[in-house]
Every structure is written in structure tokens, then in C-alpha cells.
Design a protein around this ligand. Structure first.
Ligand code: NAD
Ligand code: DAU
Length: 335
């Protein structure tokens, strides 16, 4: 299998490559623009593998994409590449629509011309919007995205499905809930709180901290992507989630407990504009059809993740200077 993985230097994509590269039957081509979120350190342990190739480039560059499809004759495309952070999309949305919509369009057009066997669009549960206290997102839930980020992802989903409908392009969409694990960029809730706590900095909890997210360990997500690649039916959408709903404040408290830090570090700050209240996934379709099941227990994997950040200060120490600090000051003030 010749697989084009886009965004493979980011959090989920790099975890996917580190996991999947061990199969003998795959050649992986990782195309990544190396934005602030892309980090080749995530792939250090596999970069010399004979079945791995890295290409620095932008998915919006149609000439490059054409050249790469011609040269490498990809059988499969897994599109992880995206601008992925909601708060940044609220600060400025243009790059989100460029990468997440135009970039996906460039890839879909090439996949159509070059007859790929399957195109997996890595989407998100955020395209469904926000839930009341008891419902679950199913694949039939109407799309109702609320942030510039999620609306750009929803646009890409609709476009990808239209390529299936109109041209018969073998597209499959996955919509996963909130991931956590090693190599997650520290703008996201869990790594941000771990690193701030390790540095005895305030932990900025938005609003009342009672918003709910449905957490999944990144390897469970990637095992699901593997099954979708092997057996997912084209033209279909698969929700992926581990039925692990948590309030933000409870996660923050678990992190403080594990690090033996004081609750005084918590600071309730101005809420995220348009903040979605609750996400929760019904993943029965992928469980029944493809035999997927999450294998990881939340508290155990969260504690392993915290240990990973404790043991990999060099990895995040390089990140939290420069561009990150500028972003942090704009987003949180100088707290
Ligand atoms: P990330 O921000 O950590 O990584 C994104 C990667 O894409 C980076 O390596 C970046 O350099 C690359 N990239 C950005 N623009 C590019 C471009 N124009 N061309 C080529 N590469 C580009 O994101 P992540 O958290 O790993 O998310 C990966 C995918 O999974 C995204 O599509 C996201 O929407 C989706 N998703 C994320 C989560 C989550 O909890 N993080 C949950 C569900 C779905
Ligand atoms: O649901 C899947 C989505 O999960 C993915 O599509 C996105 O790419 C990913 O970023 C994530 O989006 P969220 O907005 O849910 O994740 P984030 O880590 O930014 O925030 C999680 C919750 O924590 C959310 O309710 C906002 C809150 N939060 C976040 C940050 C960064 C805080 O209270 N304080 C913070 O500083």
C-alpha cells in the first residue's frame, strides 16, 4: 500500500505513523507543511525506516500535489492536515478555510484524477455542534458547527461526500471526539494544563469549567483509522469515541492531583466565545460494522500521558518559547 498521509508531523498524524509504519505492507509518504503545530521530533524514532518518506509541503499547492501523485502513485490518502485549534480560529479564520477547505479540495481533485482506492477524510465530532445534557452524536445528527474551525471542517466533509456522490470517489469520513496522548501541542486543554502545572503557572479554565468533552486516547483513535482504511465502506461516515465524558474542571483537578499541586493554581477566566457546552459520541456504527472497540482506560492513559510530559521536557521546552509565547499572551493576557 502506497499511502499519502498529510499532516503527519502533527499530534494525531505522527502518532498514526509511529503506530502504522511497523506494518510490512505499507509505504508511508508524510506530507506536512510544518506549521507551528508540525514537529519532526515526533517522528525521530522512525525517520530512518525504509518504508517512510517525509515531504515538506502545503496541501493547497496543487502543482506539488500533482507532482507527488504522479511520482509516488498513491493508493490511499489519509488527510490529517488541518488547522486544528478552535481558539486560534476565533482569533483569525482565514488560514482555517484555506487549509481545511481549499487544501482538502486540492487533495480530492488529485485523488479523483489519479484513481485512488480510498480517501479518508479525518474530521471531527465538532461538526455536529453542541449537545444538551443527554443526547449523543450519531452519524445522522445534523451538521451544526459553531466555530470557524468546525465550520471549515464541516465544509470539507460535505465537499468530500459530494466527490463520492458525483464522481464515485471512494471517500470515507471519520468523526472523532477529543484526543489526548503524547506529542499533543500544548495549546490544547490537557497538555496546556500539565505544562502550566509543572511550571507552577495558573491553569486558565474557561467559564465555569463545566463544559463536557468525550475523551479518547490517540492510539484508540488511530486503531479505528486503520480499520476504516482496511474495511470502511466508501461513502460512509464513522463516528469514533470512547464514551468517556468529562467536565473540564474534573480533568484539571485530576492533573493537579497526579502532579501533587495545589488547586489554587486554577484560575477561572473569560469564556471562549460561542463555547460548545457538550460533546458525546455514539460509536456503535464502527463497533458493529468494523469490530472496533476502545482499549484504553481514561485515568490510566491520562496518568501515562502526564508521565510522558514529565519525562519529555525537552520536547515541550522548545515549543513554549517564541511563537507559542506570543500566542499565549494574546489568548490569555500575560497571566
Ligand atoms: P495538529 O494541529 O496537531 O496537526 C496538524 C498538522 O497538519 C501539523 O503537522 C501541521 O504542520 C499540518 N498542516 C497544517 N496545515 C497544513 C497544510 N496546509 N499542508 C500540509 N500540512 C499542514 O492537529 P491534530 O490534533 O493532530 O489533528 C489532526 C486532524 O484530526 C485534524 O484534521 C483535526 O481536525 C482532526 N481531529 C483532531 C482531534 C483532536 O482532539 N486533536 C479530534 C478529532 C479530529
Ligand atoms: O472534539 C474534537 C475536537 O477537540 C477537535 O476537532 C479539535 O481539533 C481539538 O482541538 C478539540 O477541540 P476542543 O475545543 O474541544 O479542545 P480544547 O483542548 O481546545 O478544549 C477542550 C475544552 O477545554 C473546551 O471546553 C475548552 C476548554 N479549555 C481549553 C483551553 C485550551 C479551557 O477551559 N481552557 C483552556 O485554556
Amino acid at each position: 500500500m502506497n499511502i499519502l498521509v498529510t499532516g503527519g508531523a502533527g499530534f494525531i498524524g505522527s502518532n498514526f505513523i509511529n503506530y502504522f509504519i511497523n506494518r510490512d505492507d505499507v509505504l508511508i509518504y508524510n506530507l506536512d507543511k510544518l506549521t507551528y503545530a508540525g514537529n519532526l521530533d515526533n517522528l525521530k524514532s522512525i525517520r530512518e525506516k525504509r518504508n517512510y518518506t517525509f515531504i515538506k509541503g502545503d496541501i493547497c499547492n496543487s502543482e506539488l500535489i500533482d507532482y507527488l501523485f504522479t511520482k509516488y502513485k498513491f493508493d490511499y490518502v489519509i488527510n490529517f492536515a488541518a488547522e486544528s485549534h478552535v481558539d486560534r480560529s476565533i482569533l483569525g479564520s482565514e488560514i482555517f478555510f484555506r487549509t481545511n477547505v481549499i487544501g482538502t479540495n486540492v487533495l480530492l481533485e488529485a485523488a479523483k484524477r489519479f484513481d485512488v482506492k480510498k480517501f479518508i477524510q479525518i474530521s471531527t465530532d465538532e461538526v455536529y455542534g453542541s449537545l444538551g445534557p443527554t443526547d449523543l452524536f450519531t452519524e445522522k445528527t445534523n451538521l451544526s458547527p459553531n466555530s470557524p474551525y468546525s465550520s471549515s471542517k464541516a465544509a470539507a466533509d460535505i465537499m468530500a461526500l459530494s466527490f463520492h456522490h458525483t464522481y464515485g470517489l471512494p471517500v470515507v469520513i471519520t468523526r472523532c471526539s477529543n484526543n489526548y496522548g503524547q506529542f499533543q501541542f500544548p495549546e490544547k486543554l490537557i497538555p496546556l494544563m500539565i505544562i502550566n502545572a509543572l511550571n507552577d503557572k495558573k491553569l486558565p479554565v474557561y467559564g465555569d469549567g463545566l463544559n463536557v468533552r468525550d475523551w479518547i486516547y490517540v492510539l484508540d483513535h488511530n486503531r479505528a483509522v486503520e480499520l476504516v482504511l482496511e474495511k470502511g465502506r466508501v461513502g460512509e461516515v464513522y463516528n469514533i469515541g470512547a464514551s468517556c465524558e468529562m467536565r473540564n474542571i474534573d480533568i484539571v483537578n485530576l492533573i493537579l492531583k497526579k502532579l501533587e499541586k495545589d488547586e489554587d493554581l486554577i484560575e477561572f477566566v473569560k469564556d471562549r466565545p460561542g463555547h460548545d457546552k457538550r460533546y458525546a459520541i455514539d460509536s456503535s456504527k464502527i463497533q458493529t460494522e468494523l469490530g472496533w472497540k476502545p482499549q484504553t482506560l481514561f485515568e490510566h492513559a491520562l496518568y501515562e500521558t502526564i508521565d510522558w510530559y514529565i519525562n519529555n521536557k525537552e520536547w515541550w521546552g522548545k515549543i513554549i518559547t517564541g511563537e507559542y509565547q506570543k500566542y499565549y499572551d494574546i489568548q490569555y493576557g500575560n497571566s
